[in-house]
Design a protein around this ligand. Sequence first.
Ligand code: PDD
Length: 289
Amino acid sequence: MTIYLNGQYLPIAEAKISVLDRGFIFGDGVYEVIPVYSRRPFRLEEHLRRLQHSLDGIRLANPHSNAEWVAIVDGLVARNAGEDLYLYLHITRGAARRDHAFPNPPVAPTVFLMSNPLPAPPAELLASGIACITAPDNRWLRCDIKSIALLPNVLLRQMAVDAGCAETILIRPESMTGGEFMTEGAASNIFAVKNGTLLAPPKDNLMLPGITYDVVLELAAANGIPCEVRRVTKEEIFAADELLLTSSTKEVLAITQLDGKPVGNGKPGAMFARLHKLYQDFKRDVMRA
Ligand code: PDD
């Protein structure tokens, strides 16, 4: 596998960074996950826009223009085999003497990209849907930043794995009403479906604004699927007809079990079937364009 590190394309075994890198020491950095279909990056402009938002959120200057990013990404794809890939793009605040405060003057950031083959979600998973658990969302209040400091997400996802499930759906307390609402998954966005309406949590500071989430909402709007973007309560997810999970690597999946109970009739529903097909058609059209 060939990776990109600080201006060079290298075999992964030759790629080295300092032990003082602030990504390693503090988790001080941000990242993106970019799918590549038929060797073409999907929604790259949107991923670069979200990257800029994350960089602004941690007060780190963008080391590259968009044209430079496109060239780096194209160079990585050209050097790695496979029709469909997913790229990880990591930027940290660089290597400096250990101090919580930013290095002053700033040091060169570390820029790392790698590519992995992207398998299509297995047919069995599409047919059966996935099982999820719920857990309190104990993360910070800037979940809109795609931070590499992922320890809460790691621990929350592991809770699902320990329970034999695929994902953990995160629940925040509502301080004003004493109620509880759903934010997202440990590494995904979550939608609920009730009486034919798609319910989507708002893109605020409590969730990552998913690129796949946006595609699903655009497809819903373009195809006359009723949609409400608003807080979705914990009661609503347990009473939902369907629950859907989205991410760049999982696309759209049906959640058919939650905390051991069936979601709706326990099978992937009509909204899943519709959005999954719309998503596949959209992907194909974009790649042909
Ligand atoms: N995760 N929310 C969180 C916390 C995520 O980590 C992700 C993606 C999403 C979905 O965003 P998108 O549709 O842009 O992939 C939502 C990626 C896949 C990861 O960290 O590997």
